[in-house]
Design a binder for this molecule. Structure first.
Ligand SMILES: Nc1ncnc2c1ncn2[C@@H]1O[C@H](COP(=O)(O)OP(=O)(O)OP(=O)(O)O)[C@@H](O)[C@H]1O
Ligand SMILES: [Ca+2]
Length: 864
């Protein structure tokens, strides 16, 4: 029987998969990719378009409409019944199109965030989309990566992988490269293997890909979870709830109207027609579809502005964000680090002023290249910007990091983590096992006992320590980031964490990372919009404060806290000071959760950025977790609800403003649709109470609700934001979209439209019932088309600018055209149950239809 991969030694595995530590050649990789297919799981089959269509009929409101059609048919109004059914079908088609579109847009958003994998091909380290991984590829793994294929480890340094999605075991597994001599070893015990879907939680490793796509262990047990399914947002659920309640109210009113009509001596069928007209008038059929469309448009807009939203939910909550906790490095700053000055041999020199013939200078340069995982090639810069700056520094001395690493092979290492804030590597230098350490100066200096000078190694004196700390402080005050370097000779070829003590200090290198140009303005916008920006960084307190001051996050009188000070604070103390703390420095990822929760306890909605593997819990705890598209780890992108494709703080602020805009537009859309429906209900109720003939036929109301109302509603949803949005305070999360103010406006504006509609009705009633219905219908329709302009915002149309929303002009023109077509074309006359009208009657419709909007606009002009 063939041995399992884990039972084979590294040499054997290499020959089995025809590969080497140099990886596959490009040609071979392409050939194998074709042979084994892309490295991806098959998606679960999604609901077919037909099923989506059918599910549109499961709505209670639609069922009421179907009942209305049946009643119409029974009462001999066959055309009405047909029109109702046609309109319901149109509505279902609209709903289907909108669901499928939302699904597609989520899919394309997902495609924008496909994970990357690091491989060695043809001896060169490179980044490729994980779908292009193939068997025999040399896969490089480091903390924060998601393992994207099954692979056999050939190198592992402190490597830990969380395989809970596969084994259910929530604790990370320590990995190693040793052969396992055991048949039928369970997955959880195959510690020299990594499996697709595993999360690298610590350390670094290299592995040979053994299985891809559906052949991987995860592929065997699962198809990809259908993440593309659009979950309903709280707003959508609220509206669902609202329509459900509304349906019951409508049924109640319909029964009431039916009984009243019956008592007044109408025939059963006539009474039913009344009830049907009412049901049709009251049901806001288009509401749900339009809200979804507006939300989807919002996500697309945000994607164009570099913010990828992973679910519609966040579009909504974004608008209520009141605190943004942001990383410094790369988010507020440019992350283009450049080495500035170097402190070595008790002297400050410029970055290109080192003397490679001096021992300390030479060792410092070696440490830059060797205690470093980043590489630059002609077309890719792979790695952490801090480390890339050190690679660039080597260039000034005509050295190449890859050559150095070839000459001094790395024997062991202790990978960087943001709790320890340092890393170490071991290699042979000058015939001795030499350990290089680099990290945050304050942490490093605690572990140093001696210092290297041109005259040899000397024990640290208090003066020397003070001088180093002073230099560190000086750098930090200029907003520079400082890295400390140290070394130690070692007695064997392996490192453990206990070895990071008794170090010999080599020097400091300061790195410049200027703030992004946009940061200051974005911070100012935040403050104006009532949003508190906070900096949370792993960097030094003084550096952090200096940058925070430059961009306006830190203001005179604010507090700057470091991780230790935060630890020393009780929860009560933290609550009390919270609003004054604008910078947290030298924090570990666990601190982030505490900060998020403290703000949440004060009732705030918190957005939090994060890039590292340990940031995932904080990203999940935040209301809006934000990951970095460029520098972020796959794990953080997984945990986040929003991904910035440009890693830029200003993008967060833009997304929040778009979120506010979307919410305001949805609110206006709802206001528009409900005030229109309310006007219809009032007219029907009025006629019932005074025993007048029915003012509209169902066809009329359906035409208005589903055709002419939808157009302005969508146009309102497309309204662009004004700078005004910045002046609002963040919306309270619990605030109902139908707040008192909105209800009042729906009430009086709906009533106004009803009044003018009834005037038209009475004018028509002088001649005939048919004409009355025609005039009432046309006036109601036109008044609601005009009303679209009122609902674009709270201000008068002159302030908003009549032409600033071209969709609303288009919506009006189309709606107005259709209405006139129905009124003036004799074939459509009979289908829509309208009578011939004279030119002067048309004039009456135009005037009465315009009146409510005229009055609403006059009220607004005088309001301020
Ligand atoms: N690759 C590295 N090797 C050694 N030390 C590092 C490395 N990267 C960062 N450091 C040190 O660790 C400190 C903390 O780094 P960390 O990545 O946690 O936060 P940061 O990137 O400085 O800030 P932010 O949290 O705002 O992104 C840094 O200030 C630096 O001194
Ligand atoms: Ca960081």
């Amino acid at each position: 029987m063939e041995k399992k991969v884990y039972e084979q030694g590294i040499e054997e595995v290499c020959s089995r998969y025809r590969t080497s530590h140099l990886g596959l050649s490009e040609e071979e990789a392409i050939k194998r990719l074709e042979q084994y297919g892309p490295n991806q799981l098959l998606e679960e089959k999604e609901e077919s378009v037909f099923m989506v269509f059918i599910s549109q009929f499961k709505d209670l409101l639609v069922l009421i409409l179907i009942a209305a059609a049946v009643i119409s048919m029974l009462s001999g109004h066959l055309e009405s019944a047909i029109v109702i059914l046609v309109v319901i079908s149109l509505n279902a088609i609209l709903g289907t199109v909108q669901t499928v579109k939302a699904r597609q847009s989520l899919k394309s958003l997902k495609a924008l965030s496909t994970p990357q994998a690091k491989v060695i091909r043809g001896g060169i380290k490179q980044e490729i989309p994980s779908t292009e991984l193939t068997i025999g590829d040399i896969l490089l793994l480091e903390a924060g990566d998601v393992v994207s294929a099954d692979a056999r480890l050939i190198e592992a340094y402190s490597l830990q992988v969380n395989e809970s999605s596969l084994t259910g075991e929530s604790v990370s597994v320590d990995k190693s490269t040793a052969m396992i001599e055991k048949q039928d070893c369970p997955l959880g015990d195959q510690i020299n293997m990594v499996f697709s879907s595993g999360l690298v939680t610590y350390g670094r490793g290299t592995a040979i890909v053994t299985n891809v796509g559906m052949e991987t262990e995860i592929g065997k047990i699962a198809t990809m979870m259908n993440e593309t399914e659009a979950r309903k947002t709280p707003l959508q659920r609220n509206l669902d709830n609202f329509s459900k309640k509304l349906s019951f109210v409508i049924i109640g009113i319909c029964i009431f109207v039916y009984i009243l009509n019956d008592l007044q001596g109408a025939t059963t069928l006539d009474a039913m027609m009344f009830a049907v007209a009412l049901a049709v008038a009251a049901i806001p059929e288009a509401l749900a579809s339009i809200v979804t469309i507006v939300l989807a448009i919002g996500t697309q807009k945000m994607a164009k502005e570099n913010a990828i939203i992973k679910n519609l939910n966040s579009v909504e909550s974004l608008g209520s964000v009141s605190v943004i906790c942001s990383d410094k490095t790369g988010t507020l700053t440019q992350n283009k680090m450049i080495a500035q000055q170097v402190y070595v041999n008790h002297h400050l020199v410029d970055a290109d002023g080192l003397n490679p013939h001096q021992e300390a200078d030479h060792l410092l340069i070696l440490a830059c290249g060797l205690c470093n995982d980043s590489t630059t090639t002609a077309d890719q810069r792979i790695g952490d910007p801090t480390e890339l700056a050190l690679v660039d520094l080597l260039e000034k001395y005509q050295m190449d990091e890859l050559d150095l690493r070839q000459e001094y092979t790395r024997l062991s290492e202790l990978p960087f983590d943001s709790d320890r804030k340092m890393m170490s590597t071991l290699q042979v230098v000058g015939g001795e096992y030499t350990m290089f350490v680099k990290g945050a100066t304050d942490e490093l200096i605690k572990r140093c006992t001696s210092v290297l000078t041109p005259d040899g190694i000397f024990d640290f004196t208090p003066e020397q320590i003070e001088k180093i700390e002073q230099t560190n402080q000086q750098f930090a005050e200029q907003g520079l980031r400082v890295l400390g370097f140290a070394m130690k000779t070692h007695d064997d070829s392996a490192l453990t964490l206990e070895d990071e003590y008794d170090l010999t200090f080599l020097g400091l290198i300061s790195l410049m990372d200027p703030p992004r140009v946009e940061s200051a303005e974005a911070v100012a916008d935040c403050l104006q919009a009532g949003i508190k920006p906070i900096m949370i960084t792993g960097d030094h307190k003084v550096t952090a404060k200096s940058i925070a001051k430059q961009i306006g996050i830190y203001q005179e009188g604010d507090l700057v806290l470091d991780g230790n000070e935060l630890d020393a604070m009780s929860d009560a103390e933290l609550h009390e000071k919270l609003e004054h703390i604008s910078v947290y420095a030298r924090v570990a990822p666990a601190h982030k959760i505490r900060i998020v929760q403290a703000w949440q306890e004060l009732g705030h909605l918190v957005a939090m950025t994060g890039d590292g593997v340990n940031d995932a819990p904080a990203l999940k705890a935040a209301d809006i977790g934000i990951a970095m598209g460029i520098t972020g780890t796959e794990v953080s992108k997984d945990a986040a609800s929003m991904i910035l494709t440009d890693d830029n703080f200003a993008t967060i602020v833009k997304a929040i403003m778009t979120g506010r805009n979307v919410y305001a537009n949805i609110k206006n859309t709802i206001k528009y649709l409900l005030s229109g429906n309310f006007s219809g209900i009032l007219c029907v109720l009025f006629a019932t109470l005074f025993a007048l003939p029915v003012p509209f036929y169902s066809v009329h109301l359906l035409f208005i609700n589903l055709v002419t109302d939808s157009l302005p509603a969508i146009a309102i949803g497309m309204e662009k934001s004004t700078r005004n949005l910045l002046q609002d305070k963040p919306r309270h999360q619990k605030e109902s979209i139908l707040d008192k103010d909105t209800m009042i406006q729906i009430g009086w504006q709906g009533a106004l439209i009803a009044v003018f509609t009834m005037i038209a009705y009475f004018i028509g009633l002088q001649e005939s019932h048919g004409l009355a219905a025609t005039l009432a219908f046309a006036t109601l329709c036109l008044a609601r088309l005009f009303h679209g302009f009122n609902c674009r915002g709270r201000e008068s149309i002159f302030k908003l600018g009549l032409f600033t929303n071209k969709y609303s002009i288009g919506a009006f023109v189309i709606g107005f055209g259709l209405l006139n077509l129905i009124l003036l074309n004799s074939a459509l006359n009979s289908l829509f149950m309208v009578t011939d009208i004279t030119l002067s009657q048309l004039g009456i419709i135009y005037i009465l239809g315009f009146m409510p909007t005229l009055m609403i606009q006059i009220v607004r002009l005088f309001k301020r």
